[in-house]
Ligand binder design. Structure first.
Ligand SMILES: [Zn+2]
Length: 271
């Protein structure tokens, strides 16, 4: 079984000295590719560095998260371009819109998101989008912009009524282990209706941990271990009523299509 973690933040300080060990444990758990997402200018260098150390499994995404949009420097676009150009496997993210955390300057967030869209088109790079409580504005942005490279709505928890329109726009959707929480049943249920060829799985580690009962042998206090990704695949397989191995493989193929390239994972005969 080969697993792809579509979204995490391995550069996060909470991993500290454990990082090399965590990456090894991810590989032991069958994760053969993971996309490490930056959220602000100050963490882009560490995202690139972490990925440089583990090029066989990690690729970087660089972007300005809406929570950090207002603290950007005057040279952020230049820095972003430089970072993206430093490696051919880079993508754009995490960027998007967020009206959940106050205060939020929506007009400014839209301006920043539009720049990510332009760069993605210009450089032909895939995107990872974050959206909380701003689905209509995001929909307006997606509808009014020129066609984009493949984009992922990470940890998708949008209104079910918008899902079909997002599928039409070419969106991919990723499921995080956090949705295995009992109070998140509705968010999980939405994935039952998302076409299987658009679904990816993600850990969003070190955050968004699944409930205790879904945490595996690698669990350590202080952060959500990305090796727990398997619980996400199992939940999705149950939801879609397909074998776990088949579910993992479909998500792997979807990740490749979203990233627009063949990943180097090996398919094992046991699934
Ligand atoms: Zn994230």
């Amino acid at each position: 079984m080969r697993l792809a973690d579509a979204h995490n933040h391995l550069q996060d300080r909470r991993f500290g000295n454990d990082l090399a060990r965590v990456v090894k444990e991810m590989q032991q758990a069958g994760i053969q590719h993971a996309v490490v997402n930056g959220t602000r200018e100050s963490d882009w260098p560490s995202v690139l560095e972490v990925c440089r150390h583990h090029p066989e499994i990690l690729s970087p995404a660089l972007g300005l998260h809406p929570w950090h949009a207002s603290s950007r420097s005057s040279t952020w676009v230049e820095q972003l371009r430089l970072g993206l150009a430093s490696t051919s496997d880079s993508t754009l993210g995490e960027c998007g819109l967020d009206l959940w955390r106050e205060p939020a300057d929506l007009a400014d967030q839209i301006k920043v998101l539009a720049i990510h869209f332009e760069l993605a088109r210009e450089l032909g790079k895939s995107l990872t989008l974050h959206c909380l409580k701003a689905w209509q504005p995001l929909m307006d942005c997606l509808r009014s912009t020129a066609p984009l490279p493949p984009f992922l709505l990470h940890s998708f928890s949008g209104p079910p009524a918008m899902m079909a329109a997002l599928v039409k726009l070419g969106a991919y959707f990723s499921l995080s282990g956090y949705f295995l929480m009992e109070r998140k049943t509705k968010a999980l249920q939405v994935f039952a209706d998302i076409p299987m060829d658009r679904i990816l799985v993600e850990s969003d580690a070190p955050d968004m941990a699944p409930p205790m009962s879904f945490r595996g042998a690698y669990h350590r206090d202080g952060y959500h271990h990305p090796a727990d990704l398997i619980s996400c695949v199992e939940a999705l397989a149950t939801l879609k009523q397909i074998p776990v191995g088949e579910c993992a493989e479909i998500c792997w193929q979807n990740t490749q299509r979203w990233l627009g390239r063949e990943l180097t994972g090996r398919r094992s005969s046991v699934s």
